[in-house]
Design a protein around this ligand. Structure first.
Ligand SMILES: [Zn+2]
Length: 385
């Protein structure tokens, strides 16, 4: 299951259970650990290839179609809705008065010995957790009245009931968005940090900004599976031998002297690069690692057609690598056929991507010829036609 469907599965099957409980209780350490574990199980990969904070921003920052919701934010928004809107027509749940009453009982009780024993229960009960939402929002410089205002337009004369219904319906979503916007997260710095691993010798700030923009463009240019593969490649998320500190040979069996199972090699592998050149017409003047790790954006900006074709190439290489890792290439199989099949599957169901793939050889905006004199080819030159 890919990144996109994993996100949908998480939101459909995992989150409803957690979010029901999160209406009453702040998530404790165990709940946050379970959240982390669930995301890691749904999106497996090498250690730290993508952090929990990144998974929360897949849609907003990284060009994917959905993000994993944050349990902490979800709980705070749900508790705020419960606190403010539950049983509203009958005066609400009276959380504030119940909390004060409980505090008075605790303070005036004779058995003071119970206080240290039941401290966590007194301060972490349902009433205390729901009541704490107001204070938690205040620390984020958010206020409930302004959030209610933001949830729906101002009340019109004689239309209070409709406005109330609208606010109630939008309130939790509005609070979640407001909480999300308060978190500090610098996407350019994050991308720059991740791309730093490739040592591309470019202008890192420029490349990072281009990559972020390209990922956002790809959302409309290719299916979600392709943009997910591009992000995983940029962030060194392939399960290669090198990523696990092992030496394995190239899974495409290119026979190169410098072959190894690593993204660094696949970005230069004669079979993978040869496929890009002969079948997908990706023909830059100079081949280097940046074409697989940054869609070539470390070299220069490119058109949407170029982005689409390069993304399909990366998807094909990623899928083929995943397949050949478990089912090694047999003597009768041609790796170029596998790559071609996966590039077609990558575009399947997306009209624009399929059209771009079908018109590669008739599209005059794509390069006609290229100079490969600087390409470091460690194999024989027969692959170049
Ligand atoms: Zn190879």
């Amino acid at each position: 299951m890919g990144l996109h469907f994993s996100t949908i599965a998480y939101q459909t099957y995992v989150l409803p259970v957690l979010s029901f409980l999160a209406q009453f209780k702040k998530p404790n350490e165990k709940a946050l650990e379970a959240e982390d574990k669930a995301i890691r199980m749904l999106v497996p990969g090498p250690g730290q290839w993508c952090l929990k904070e990144d998974f929360y921003r897949l849609q907003q920052c990284w060009g994917q179609h959905r993000s994993f919701p944050s349990l902490t934010d979800l709980s705070l928004a749900a508790r705020t809705r419960l606190y403010k809107f539950e049983n509203f027509m009958r005066g609400g749940l009276g959380v504030k008065s119940k909390f004060r009453a409980l505090q008075n009982v605790i303070r005036d009780h004779d058995s003071i010995g119970r206080w240290p024993e039941w401290f966590s229960w007194f301060n972490g009960g349902i009433i205390a957790d729901v009541f704490s939402c107001e204070e938690e929002l205040r620390t984020l410089e958010l206020s409930i009245p302004s959030l209610i205002e933001a949830a729906a337009p101002p009340v019109e004369e004689g239309d209070e009931r409709r406005t109330h219904k609208l606010r109630r319906r939008n309130f939790q979503r509005t609070v979640r968005r407001a909480i999300f916007s308060t978190h500090k997260y610098n996407e350019v710095e994050r991308m720059r940090h991740k791309l730093g691993r490739w040592c591309l010798g470019d202008f890192p700030g420029v490349t990072s900004s281009r990559c972020i923009k390209a990922l956002r463009s790809l959302r409309g240019l290719v299916p979600p599976r392709v943009s997910a593969a591009v992000l995983r490649t940029m962030w060194n998320g392939w399960c290669t031998g090198r990523r696990f500190q092992k030496y394995d040979t190239c899974c495409f069996r290119c026979g190169s002297f410098f072959q190894e199972d690593s993204i660094e090699h696949y970005g230069r592998c004669p079979i993978v690069v040869g496929f890009a050149r002969t079948k997908l017409r990706i023909r830059p003047n100079v081949w280097n690692l940046s074409y697989i790790t940054t869609l070539g954006l470390a070299e220069s900006a490119c058109t949407n057609e170029d982005l689409t074709v390069r993304a399909l190439w990366i998807y094909a290489a990623y899928r083929a690598h995943n397949l050949l890792r478990y089912k090694p290439l047999s003597a009768a199989e041609d790796p170029a056929d596998i790559l071609l099949q996966f590039s077609k599957e990558g575009s399947l169901g997306h009209e624009g991507a399929m059209r771009t793939l079908d018109t590669i050889w008739s599209n005059s905006s794509l390069p006609q010829r290229a100079d490969y004199s600087n390409y470091f080819n460690d194999s024989d030159e027969d692959i170049w036609d």
